[in-house]
Design a protein around this ligand. Structure first.
Ligand code: PEP
Length: 246
């Protein structure tokens, strides 16, 4: 059985007080063990939020792939581990776009995280012009081949994949369930080709891109969609809890 996951990416939003309040409100929700809930707050808040919460797994939006040293402004996996943080996001389109994280950079980060024993949500997804010219499968496959598919099957089990079409992120324009399921099914078929049926069936693939309390149920009902990576709608307890329950 694949893990069902709902992960909230708070990006660079919320001050510490707001983050603590929102986490407390979300924790009041009643969800069963069939879903795992993750939150990715601002890096500096992780230590403050970690102590108070039991039901939610906190992860880091970013890290630098080196043990320590002169990397001003960056955070090391060991520093996160001391706070009990095991999960990291890699490959988010905003990191690719604003911080020049190419497929090669992401491969380096991924390898570093995997070898340190971290667990990873690895994001992929195409921009609008690629969707419009019809080469979205090729584009996403290339992202995965250049950054992810060199892992062996045991290493892949440390990874959750998030498909996030860039044209749907923060735009209010969700991929249709057909578009999302079609890409998820393709990703699963590439996993099957590379790693075999059992491994492919064990890897959760999340959808992200304007997923909200109105559309989550329909998206999550698709056979290859194992949950969501949620931006805007994770900033309100009501909507995030509705998505978790979906
Ligand atoms: C995201 O940034 O990962 C995301 C999916 O954002 P939103 O839900 O706001 O589109």
């Amino acid at each position: 059985m694949r893990k069902r996951i709902v992960a909230g990416n708070w990006k660079m939003n919320l001050n510490l007080l707001q983050a603590k309040q929102l986490l407390e409100e979300i924790e009041k929700g009643n969800w069963g063990s069939e879903v795992e809930v993750f939150l990715f707050p601002s890096l500096f808040q992780l230590g403050h939020l970690q102590g108070t919460n039991q039901k939610i797994t906190l992860g880091a939006q970013n890290f630098y792939p080196a043990e320590k040293g002169a990397f001003t402004g960056e955070v090391a996996l060991d520093q996160l581990a001391v706070e009990g943080i095991q999960w990291v996001l890699i490959g988010h389109s905003e990191r690719r776009q604003y911080f020049n994280e190419t497929n090669a950079v992401l491969k380096t980060k991924l390898d570093y995280a995997i070898h340190q024993g971290s667990k990873v949500i690895f994001c992929c997804g195409e921009p609008l012009e690629i969707r419009e010219n019809g080469s979205h499968f090729k584009f996403v496959k290339n992202q995965l081949e250049e950054s992810l598919f060199h892992l062996n099957a045991a290493e892949m089990k440390q990874v959750v994949i998030a498909y996030e079409p860039i044209w749907a992120i923060g735009t209010g324009k969700t991929a249709s369930t057909e578009q999302a399921e079609e890409m998820h099914a393709e990703i699963r078929s590439w996993l099957t080709e590379k790693y075999g049926h059992d491994t492919a069936e064990s890897i959760s693939i999340l959808y992200g891109g304007s997923c909200n309390d109105q559309n989550a149920q329909e998206l999550f009902a698709c056979p290859n969609i194992d949950g969501g990576l949620i931006g805007g709608a994770s900033l309100k307890a009501d909507s995030f809890l509705t998505i978790i329950n979906a």
